[in-house]
Unconditional design. Structure first.
Length: 424
């Protein structure tokens, strides 16, 4: 978007639509692309016999692993739409894991959710003070928060957890479950349909079955936050003002927008969302805090946000992709990753044909060569090493970012220094 040109523009969400650089996929086209990818995956499943790549258990695990990544990415989106780069998402997630487990084992899981969210907000508040008020470099501040959060939790964990049953210097006592729900009837029917192994139909059943089987209530909240974020940021006056701070804060201030206030609110909300992702790890994914359990998910969430072009829908797709590849570590990793080599080779060959049609012959040739090498790897082996399985989520992160870099368009004033009064 571009900055509003009149005071009325700031207050009217209907005027927030402005031309953006780059093409955006329409919903029907996006659905066709997703259906095509799922059909290709189904073909690979039939060829390789790796039924685990689309079964209900795999998809359920993928959803669980996607939630903390998606919440971290959503936090990054709030901050960067207001013009503040938030590399500190990892540290805010760490604070969420510790505070959530600390309060959760003493006063119950829902209290843990609230306190963990507040812990993430405190990290966001610190980042806002340093970057907005004191104008410190956003990257430096974010890295410092990551280090500070890690050091603080390492210091506090022995004091808070040792002496309690199940607690230690690196682990909290167990936290009670928030509870899960399964849609009766539908879940069983989709599981049976998935087990039949039919082309495409069984794969869709596996995907949908994972969304309605043993789903945590916090997962439901996290999923609801994605459309809620879109509605708030793109359909309300508050969201328009906040985004104007990330596009042109000087123009926004000249129209009466309190830029500092909106930046502060955005970064605090960002920290709270990242903290909620940490809570998910220490209460839902595992019923306890464990040192190092974020495992870089804050950074992967940032990558999901960039892949999604700073939009909630694209972010959700990116988080789902990274969560799916991460789930391969837990369920049939070597067999499933080996099957995905064939899928990757086919996608690269299709990409090479598409580039050739667009007369980008050099890129097409490079893509074709890489696709041939991946296919040779698949054809010449029966499984992949465990180290490759463990590295798959991070490799996919790098590859996806590299391929999507051409179409990205971040907020114009993202990360740029701003002083109060520039617009007057």
């Amino acid at each position: 978007m571009t900055a509003p040109t009149t005071a009325t523009d700031v207050n009217q969400p209907s005027l927030e639509h402005a031309p953006q650089t780059g093409r955006r996929l329409s919903l029907p086209v996006l659905m066709l692309v997703i259906a095509g990818a799922l059909a290709l995956t189904s073909i690979v499943r039939l060829i390789t016999g790796a039924d685990g790549i689309t079964n209900v258990s795999q998809m359920s695990t993928a959803l669980q692993l996607a939630v903390p990544i998606g919440l971290a990415g959503l936090g990054g989106l709030w901050a960067e739409r207001a013009g503040v780069v938030n590399i500190g998402l990892e540290g805010m997630m760490i604070l969420g894991t510790w505070f959530g487990a600390w309060a959760g084992f003493q006063w119950g899981p829902w209290t843990g959710v609230l306190v963990g969210l507040i812990g993430g907000c405190l990290g966001g508040l610190l980042h806002a003070i340093v970057t907005v008020t004191f104008n410190v470099n956003h990257i430096v501040s974010g890295v410092a928060i990551n280090i500070l959060a890690l050091g603080a939790t390492r210091y506090l964990a022995p004091l808070a957890f040792e002496g309690h049953q199940g607690g230690s210097a690196k682990q909290s006592p167990a936290v009670e479950s928030l509870g899960h729900f399964t849609v009766p009837g539908l879940s069983h029917w989709l599981t049976d349909l998935n087990a039949k192994g039919w082309f495409f139909v069984s794969d869709i059943a596996g995907l949908l079955g994972g969304l309605v089987t043993d789903v945590s209530w916090l997962t439901l909240i996290a999923v609801a936050l994605i459309p809620a974020t879109w509605w708030i940021l793109w359909r309300t006056p508050f969201g328009l003002r906040l985004r104007s701070c990330g596009e042109n804060p000087v123009a926004a201030e000249s129209l009466g927008v309190n830029v500092y206030k909106y930046k502060y609110l955005a970064v605090i909300i960002s920290g709270g969302l990242a903290g909620l992702g940490g809570v998910f790890l220490s209460i839902v994914a595992n019923p306890f805090y464990l040192e190092g359990q974020t495992s870089g998910r804050g950074y992967i969430g940032l990558a999901a946000m960039i892949f999604g072009n700073w939009m909630p829908g694209g972010l959700a797709i990116g988080a789902g992709l990274f969560g799916y590849t991460d789930s391969l570590n837990l369920r049939g990793g070597s067999t499933n990753v080996h099957a995905l080599l064939l899928l990757g080779a086919l996608l690269l060959i299709i990409g090479a044909v598409w580039l050739a049609i667009r007369k980008k012959y050099v890129q097409a040739a490079v893509t074709l060569v890489v696709g041939a090498l991946v296919f040779a790897w698949y054809a010449g082996t029966n499984e992949v090493p465990s180290q490759v399985v463990a590295a798959t989520p991070y490799v996919v992160t790098l590859v996806v970012l590299a391929l999507s870099a051409q179409r990205l368009r971040m907020p114009k004033a993202n990360g740029m220094p701003y002083r109060k009064g520039q617009g007057k």
